[in-house]
Design a protein around this ligand. Structure first.
Ligand SMILES: Cc1ncc(COP(=O)(O)O)c(C=O)c1O
Length: 434
């Protein structure tokens, strides 16, 4: 790894701040994914597709707050909605009308959801979804897949992707064996191993939780029959299927991955986009399942900040914009164009790599095999990824900072922004070739 003191990019103010931050925060950051190599740039402000840094650099952003933004930074419509809400107060500790409007909107798009609970993060959403599944089925075991990341709570931090994988702690310390003895971890895209496991443990499995498209081990797409196969097996054994759509929800279209693949889970978790850039999480399901949640039922969930008015206002404004269709058109086209450019360049410069895209998400792996699961993803040459990332950064392009994350485009990535990106990415790949 390159030591943080080497000023490769001459971002002196950022480096100064980072040195200070290292005294204050573990690893200098408040979330591992922000620990860029060699050191993070510090953001001054952000608009549309651009991030402006404290060093006076303007970057085109393809991280988009790890997928939380799909309309770019501070879109006007969302800004207006936030300001309107701020004028009416920003937290009440009591119910208010907007949360009903937001719930109705999401329910209208997600066939699996009849009732919903808004929480504050994707982590809270999956934690509660699993607790709910266990209570509903009166079973303890859950199945998750290698490389899928479902947030930073105990049940799921086993062979997890995202920052945990980036920093080589996919299975976190500090989690008692007892807590994870009920978490079975299987390879993604491998129905055979799932069938075998269900034959053995199916009657004890409360839920199978899956990222329908893995965005936290790089980008890994489900094989044709994988999601349907999981759906069938959960039905056969009376287990619940949890789609973790924290990243794919409203990203792959208004109905997320379940709409895209037409596979309907029992419980859906959402986050990121539904907060319009503000803290959010949600879990929803059919009424008979959700009625177990407190105070109507015995599964406890509560939160001072649940259904926060600013998150609701920003999220609803974002979804209303997405309903117009144009943001998906622009964002998907941007990802398509960039993927094609990367594919052309790796061919031209004879770089061993694979590129994947779905909708407005894409990622490159420096590996010579199809990336169908975590094992292959892990074989990618991460040094090469960081080189590529750095070369892109030098040319004004901020790609997602880890091999085990995904790039996101937005409706702010218009043709003009794309043409600057194309040239820079092509040059960055040429720089790392050979
Ligand atoms: C699929 C998935 N689930 C859960 C989470 C956790 O969400 P949060 O970071 O809001 O806790 C993430 C975050 O990246 C995610 O991508």
């Amino acid at each position: 790894m390159i030591p943080s003191k080497v000023i490769i990019l001459e971002w002196r103010k950022s480096l100064e701040l980072y040195d200070e931050a290292q005294k204050l925060f573990p690893g200098g950051v408040n979330s591992p994914a922000r620990k860029l190599i060699p050191y993070p740039f510090y953001v001054k402000e952000a608009t549309g597709p651009y991030i402006a840094t404290v060093d006076g650099v303007k970057l085109i952003d393809y991280c988009m707050a790890f997928g939380a933004l799909i309309l770019g930074h501070r879109p006007y419509t969302v800004l207006n909605a936030i300001v309107r809400q701020l004028e009416k107060g920003w937290i009440y500790g009591m119910p208010y009308e907007l949360e009903i409007e937001m719930a109705r909107k999401i329910i209208s798009h997600y066939p699996s959801i009849e009732m919903i609970r808004f929480v504050n993060s994707g982590t809270e959403a999956t934690m509660n979804a699993i607790r709910l599944a266990r209570a509903f089925t009166r079973r303890n075991k859950i199945i998750k897949f290698e490389g899928c990341y479902h947030g930073s709570h105990d049940y799921v931090l086993v062979k997890a992707g995202s920052g945990a994988l980036t920093w080589s702690i996919p299975t976190s310390k500090g989690i008692p064996e007892d807590v994870i003895k009920n978490t079975i971890v299987l390879p993604y895209n491998d129905l055979e191993s799932l069938e075998k496991t269900m034959r053995k443990h199916g009657d004890d499995v409360a839920a199978i939780i899956v990222e329908p498209v893995v965005v936290n081990a790089g980008l890994i797409l489900p094989k044709d029959d994988f999601l349907e196969g999981i759906r069938e097996l959960t039905k056969t054994y009376g287990s619940l299927l949890i789609f973790d759509e924290v990243a794919t929800g409203y990203r792959l279209g208004l109905s997320g991955a379940q709409g895209y693949y037409n596979v309907i889970p029992d419980i859906t978790t959402l986050g990121k986009i539904i907060g319009g850039g503000f803290p959010i999480g949600a879990f929803g399901a059919k009424r008979e399942i959700m009625e177990l949640v407190s105070p109507s039922g015995p599964v406890y969930n509560a939160g001072t900040f649940n259904a926060h008015p600013i998150s609701m206002a920003a999220g609803l404004a974002t979804i209303e914009e997405l309903e117009k269709g144009y943001p998906y058109k622009i964002a998907n086209n941007a990802a398509k164009v960039l993927t094609e450019v990367i594919e052309d360049s790796i061919r031209k410069y004879k770089i061993n790599a694979r590129v994947y895209r779905i909708g407005s998400m894409f990622q490159i792996f420096f590996v010579d095999k199809d990336v169908i699961n975590y094992d292959v993803a892990k074989r990618s040459d991460t040094k090469k990824y960081y080189q590529f990332h750095l070369e892109a950064l030098k040319r004004g392009i901020f790609l997602t900072p880890s091999q085990f994350e995904t790039n996101f485009t937005s409706s702010a990535h218009t043709d003009e922004v794309l043409s600057k990106s194309i040239e820079a990415l092509e040059e960055a790949l040429r720089a790392i070739a050979g």
